[in-house]
Design a protein around this ligand. Sequence first.
Ligand code: NAI
Length: 480
Amino acid sequence: MVKICCIGAGYVGGPTMAVIALKCPKIEVAVVDISVPRINAWNSDQLPIYEPGLDEVVKQCRGKNLFFSTDVEKHVFEADIVFVSVNTPTKTRGLGAGKAADLTYWESAARMIADVSKSDKIVVEKSTVPVKTAEAIEKILTHNSKGINFQILSNPEFLAEGTAIKDLFKPDRVLIGGRETPDGLKAVKALKDVYAHWVPEENILTTNLWSAELSKLAANAFLAQRISSVNAMSALCEATGADVSQVSYAVGTDSRIGPKFLNASVGFGGSCFQKDILNLVYICECNGLPEVAEYWKQVIKINDYQKSRFVNRVVASMFNTVANKKVAILGFAFKKDTGDTRETPAIDVCKGLLGDKARLSIYDPQVTEDQIQRDLTMNKFDWDHPLHLQPMSPTTVKQVSVVWDAYEATKDAHAVCILTEWDEFKTLDYQKIYDNMQKPAFVFDGRNIINVDKLREIGFIVYSIGKPLDAWLKDMPAVA
Ligand code: NAI
């Protein structure tokens, strides 16, 4: 029986390993983590992450061929294949601060693998890492190997949160990079055999190590670039009276472009896009390619611009001040169907409104008050460290209250900001919301999910990203 161990029981390690266990009943899968609360949660009825379909998969395999444990060394020792899916945050200090990936957790995992191993192992990079990390990890492992043969593979994860289980069941592709030596090719084949249990052979791509590592960064950069492109257009639409939904539909019908990922919004978030682009920028700079670095930096600049543009629009529309006004925030997660708030645009929007002294009442169906308070008080990039190493929020933001109902959040509010596209926000009783709000009542839709005409009929002043502006808003230009 093949034994797999995955170091890091997070958003990637947990779901990917649960699906491998489900699809490969003859493989024993152990997911290990240094965080005791996280492992306890994986072993309970309340899993540490929310992902549609995940509960059922875990329930089917847990205790049979899927185990969650804090005994990292034991399971690494026993495994034939070790996946490493630990945090790779952006460095906040020293060389490359603000851009380069911090490989502290990766390196410590690699050293531990070298220390405890007594048999040959395939070590798989699941974390997103800079190009050439495999080479560095290989050096750590082989310098400490005591004659053991380690083969390093890069197997970047392309799942999207919110649809992780669907993506894992039917991936567009699985990418495996390895050394082009006889031992390297054998290792690639061993990992390919695992995925071949359910992924068609033609969807399993094999490349050299560096191509696999770079492909992951490139794929995320391309995806983020699409969003920044349509968001840049949304600003121009507002200025000219064009409608961004019509423009993106027209653009997306070109088969060379395609219709997906063309929705204008308040900005992209999530743990990967910004981090991976910063990482790419740093790699370009290190390789003497400042023009290429500048090109990709723009994707992040437009994203930041879009968030501050939204805040400016809110404040400018409300007579240039939101001081002491209650503003309801609907949605805090970085997208629907996930409780993940890492790099969510809601953080910057809320901080912007708080900077103008607004009182915020926040509702998200999946995000806890504790998480929101932590997000609003944490320093940039601090979120990407193992939970027990993150600074606890010393204070709470007093102007923020977190409620468990959209109607409660909007009661007596001057404005509603929709920051996540949760389906339930489309079907709220907006007449009831309007009746219970201060007048004039504003809705700022950062996800273009509401029916603008219907809300205007009710009496709201409506702003929807990239849509023709309400007469009210035209008279209140949002100058930064
Ligand atoms: P996460 O923060 O949810 O999970 C990482 C886990 O690793 C934490 O639970 C932490 O306690 C654990 N850990 C850290 N050092 C450890 C060690 N030495 N031994 C044992 N456990 C350790 O992070 P997530 O989102 O799962 O990301 C992991 C990697 O996958 C990152 O490199 C990320 O960029 C990448 N990735 C993330 C995707 C996502 O959608 N979240 C998608 C594709 C890649």
